[in-house]
Design a protein. Structure first.
Length: 364
């Protein structure tokens, strides 16, 4: 907020008696206290104002589009009747008490290039010389040292999702971006990821239970020698398919996405959880969403797998980032919107012998 005090609300104080002991002193004290309380309440209301969004999307210094995901409750996991489900998908209620931003797209090759150019970073696959799982000339997936994020075995542009990155590589990118922008970027938690993927739905996919429409919403199940219905043999440039209701692209398919949480099979508990962050031990990390080589059942909203955080790198896995510094709110409102909204908020305080005994923010 600005350095000058601009209160979007009126501070009402009781009438000062026309006569009585030391009226001037009381008035002076009241003036000082009013100014102080006005400043404090202005900050409080400014924070509350951030909860009321005018801008649902922002762009950062890399040109990443991030979408605000509001707080809410949902059932995480899948019902026993869902085709393709696994036993580990125990349904349970989850409440996310804070909103957050999530990348509208998976992190791209072009964005990862900026990170590497700035830091001279080497991915785990480059550093140990073992590469990862890529696509050979015969169209098979194999593991070799020559397959890295620069050369996954298929052509890619700067708009393709970066692949063959480990969980630790993704975390290094998040740390760099956090330092660069002085904000907190990280991978989404598994709960945040599924909540964002579902976008208010409880079906197997964000568009329903029937996997047939997946070719419109997702790049899945493709092999280089095949004839894919979705038009892509391997990874597709981000944003080529329909988004979900939150405006997030490729939550089903294209590339598996790393999450912040450790992975332990059957670790879900049936009890309600609030802002869960996963198990406290384990080397594997969660991946969600499925990839271009995955069957439809692996791309369901509740589907989950775990892979080694360093050693596993594949041409069908990537990540997207979450911005959590603004989790308690969202983008600042425009001045006109804030002024309009503030008309319904009033700060009341009672002054007794020059002291504030009560300060309450009410919505008219």
């Amino acid at each position: 907020m600005a350095n000058s005090i601009e209160s979007p609300f009126d501070v009402h104080q009781p009438d000062v008696p026309a006569s009585g002991p030391d009226v001037s002193l009381l008035a002076k004290r009241a003036g000082v206290i009013c100014a102080a309380v006005t400043f404090v309440l202005a900050m409080i209301l400014d924070a509350h104002a951030a909860e009321s969004l005018d801008t649902k999307e922002i762009k950062n210094s890399l040109g990443m589009k991030l979408v605000y995901i509001p707080p809410g409750k949902f059932t995480m996991g899948s019902p026993e009747t869902e085709p393709g489900r696994e036993e580990q998908e125990t349904p349970h209620e989850v409440e996310l008490t804070k909103g957050f931003y999530l990348g509208a797209y998976e992190v791209t090759v072009g964005q990862f290039k900026q990170f590497v150019a700035d830091t001279k970073f080497q991915t785990d696959g480059e550093h140990d010389g073992k590469g990862g799982w890529g696509v050979n000339e015969a169209g098979s997936i194999e593991v070799k040292g020559k397959y890295t994020w620069k050369s996954p075995g298929f052509k890619q542009s700067d708009d393709h999702p970066v692949v063959l990155v480990s969980w630790s590589d993704a975390k290094a990118f998040c740390r760099w971006l956090s330092d660069k922008e002085k904000k907190e970027y990280r991978l989404p938690t598994e709960a945040q990821w599924e909540y964002a993927c579902r976008a208010g739905t409880q079906t197997a996919y964000t568009f329903g239970n029937d996997p047939q429409p997946l070719q419109v919403f997702a790049n899945i199940g493709d092999r280089p020698a095949g004839n894919p219905k979705d038009g892509y043999h391997q990874a597709a440039p981000v944003g080529r398919f329909k988004p979900n209701a939150f405006g997030l692209y490729d939550m089903h398919g294209n590339v598996w996405e790393w999450c912040e949480d450790r992975y332990v099979a059957n670790s879900y508990r049936p009890e309600k959880q609030t802002d869960p962050s996963g198990p406290t031990s384990g080397n594997a990390r969660v991946q969600r969403g499925g990839g271009w080589s995955s069957a439809a059942s692996r791309c369901r909203s509740a589907a989950r797998i775990g892979r080694d955080l360093v050693a596993y790198r594949g041409s069908y896995q990537g990540f997207r980032v979450a911005l959590v510094q603004a989790a308690a709110g969202a983008p600042r409102e425009s001045g006109a919107a804030r002024e309009k909204r503030a008309g319904g908020r009033v700060a009341y305080m009672l002054l007794v012998n020059g002291a504030v005994t009560d300060a309450v923010v009410k919505t008219a």
